[in-house]
Structures are given as C-alpha cells and as structure tokens.
Write a protein that binds this ligand. Sequence first.
Ligand code: PMP
Length: 441
Amino acid sequence: MDELTKTAPLANPACWLPFTANRAFLQQPRLLSRARGMYYWTPDERPILDGTAGLWCVNAGHCRPEISAAIAQQAAEMDFAPTFQIGHPLVFTLAKRLIQWMPPALNHVFFTNSGSESADTALKIARAYHFNRGEPERTLFIGREKAYHGVGFGGLSVGGLPRNKEAFGPLLEADFLPHTLDQSRNRFGQGLPEWGEDPALALGEIVRRHGAERIAAVIVEPVAGSAGVILPHRDYLRQLREACDTHGLLLIFDEVITGFGRLGTPFATDYFSVTPDLLTTAKGLTNAAVPMGAVFVSDAIYQSFMQGNDRGIELFHGYTYSGHPLACAAGLAALDIYEQEGLLTRGAELAPYFEKAIHSLHELPKVIDIRNIGMMAAIELESLPDAFGARGMAALQSAFDKGLLIRTTGDTIALSPPLIIQRDMIDEIADILHNVIGNLR
Ligand code: PMP
C-alpha cells in the first residue's frame, strides 16, 4: 500500500463507519491495512493478533492463498452472472457441497450476501410458506431478548437489543422469549450451563397470548454472540424444538456466528443435536473473503414451494448478488480448506485449552463473569457508574495498543479467534488481556 493510501483517508474523512462512535474514532483512529494467518498489521507495520477472526468470520485465518487464487481466477473467467431465471454451475456446486455439512433434512440452500439478508430471507420464507398453505394470518415472529439477527427490518424486529431498535420503529410485530443469561446461578460457569429455565413454559405463554395460528416462526441464535456469548443450558434447544413442534411453529436457527466450526462442530445444530426448519449463516461461509450468506431450508418447506401446479416463480425474493460467482469461488475454496485441515471440528480439540486460558482471568478485579463454548468466549467487566461501555471501549483500545484485536459489546469482551490458532497464541491472548484488564481504571 502506498503512503498516500495509508494516511490520506483520515485527513478529510468522508466515510461513515458502521456501529462506530465516529467522532471519537477520528480523534483516535485504529486502522488495519494488511493481514495474514493469525495476524493483522497496522499501516505502521505493527502486528495485531486477531482474537476475533475479524468479526467472528475469518475462521481459516487471513489471506489464504488458495482462496485469493480462486477469487482471482473466477474474476478473470466470469465476474458476475445473474441468478434470476438463469444460473451458473458454481452456485449448484457450492450448494451441494454445503448441504453435506447439514443434517439431511436441511437439503436446500438460498444464497444471500450477509447475515442480515439471511435473517430477512428466512423470515420471508417462513411467512410465504404459511401464506401458500392457506394460513396468511401467521405473520407474528418470536425472537429472544438480547438476540442479534442483523440490521434489516426483519432481523431488527426479531432482535432483542433495545439500542439497535429504538430509533427505527415501527417494526414487524414480534414477541420475545426471555434471554438465557442467568448470572445468579451460572456466573463463571465453564462451558454450557447444566440447567436453566425451560423455554417451553415461556413459549407456551406467548402462544396463549397470541394464538399459535398467528405465529410464523421462532428464531434464535443457538448461542447468542453479539450480546456477549450467552449460552443456553444443555437441554434448552431440544426443549425449544419440542415446544415448537407441539404448537406447530417453524424454528429458525441463526448460525451466522456458530456455523463453520466455531463451537468445535461444523454447526451448532450438530453440537446440540437439534435440527431447525431453517438455518441461516454467512461469515465463515467464504472465510469472509467475499460477502456471502445462505439460508438452509428443510425439504418439507422447499417442496411445499415446488408443488404448486403453476410453474412460475415460487418465491418472489432474491438479491442481484445471490450466489455471486466470486463468492461461490471463495466459498468452495474455503470449504476445501475447512475440510482438508479439519477446521470444522478443530475447535473441539482446542476448546479445553482455550477455556482454561480464558478462565485464568477470573481473579482479576473488574471481571464479573466469564462465559465460553467451543472457540468463543466472553469476559464481562463491571461497568463504571454512569458510563456503560466506557470500560469496554478502554479495553478495546488498550488491547489494540498492545497488539491484540478483541471485540467489545458494552463492557463485555468477546473472543473468537481463527480456528487455525496455536496454543501459544491462546496464551498470548490471555497474557495481553491480563495486562489490559489489570490496568483498567
Ligand atoms: N446474525 C447473527 C447471529 C450475527 O452475529 C450477525 C453479525 N454479527 C448477523 C446476523 C448479521 O450479519 P451481517 O453483519 O453479515 O449482516
């Protein structure tokens, strides 16, 4: 990168950064300009260990040459092809490869470009499914408190983070299951909590309130990521699946974070042995080299769309870039790496070491909870009085200064390193965090 590109942009900033305190950022910018493997580098060539796989997405590590080469080759061969009433071979090849990693029932894929689009697509498919079956009044969605399903109006409506929603109403009609953070019983618990509330009770109450015949679907992240790694208890998802079946409700898993090996299994559906009716993903699908998302759909739902006598368009929905050739090429190359290097299950081998390292921060002052599963973890810090998020931001800055990329949400530090990480780098993450947290005000 030349000198001008490195330094010029901030001199006269035109870019409005997402989910960022832009004014504060410009006072103290943090820039990354190159990446390889487990590391980023700043424009002045300072290495930054990637503790968050970018944004929970670069699971095979950065700038994998196989992926870059596949993208370059595809860009030269066919840059773009529409997938409306037309197709290209890669989109079929990728779909076929992907469903091999899914439970057998989830055997069709609708491509999107992001996790947000995947959430909105899944919600729309759920509504259209009921509409086609002659139940158009099934429009209500059930989300969960503290959930994050992206920023489209659909995902926002079923999301459970109040700050994300407050300025954007009115939203779609939704009701909410309680979140699963139980700090009275599970604080500093390692791995999955043994017990907690049965979601069937809460869902039963919601169904009584609205009537099952009004409900389109229930959507949850198997493990809530963005809110700070909030774990369900061991039986929660099974109980939720059973309750959905009892009331005849579709169940959607949002696996944008938990997909592609994050929990030490290919998907959370494997970890929990629970199969939803629809499953959304994005991020790790292309190792984040090209934006891409996907919605996996059960055979029953797919077939219901295909069975009409009319041979016209079955679902009036899609994106210009659904199944973009470059994204497909990146996805196929990423899958090759995941499979060849066993990355979709490597997290299971690393998780005990990671867990021990992260929980070694337990005794530090200001640490009020630590949660982990597979290769994701959260360290919750006590908030400063009247300054929620300030300590988290200070931790982010201090870690960045000390050569570690973390993610913070409020005053909670989230970790989700690339799945190629070595044990000594896990130690390094813990050491830097020890120093960072130990020196926080
Ligand atoms: N769902 C979940 C569970 C996510 O974690 C995210 C992103 N962190 C999204 C949806 C939205 O994905 P995107 O930012 O790609 O739209």
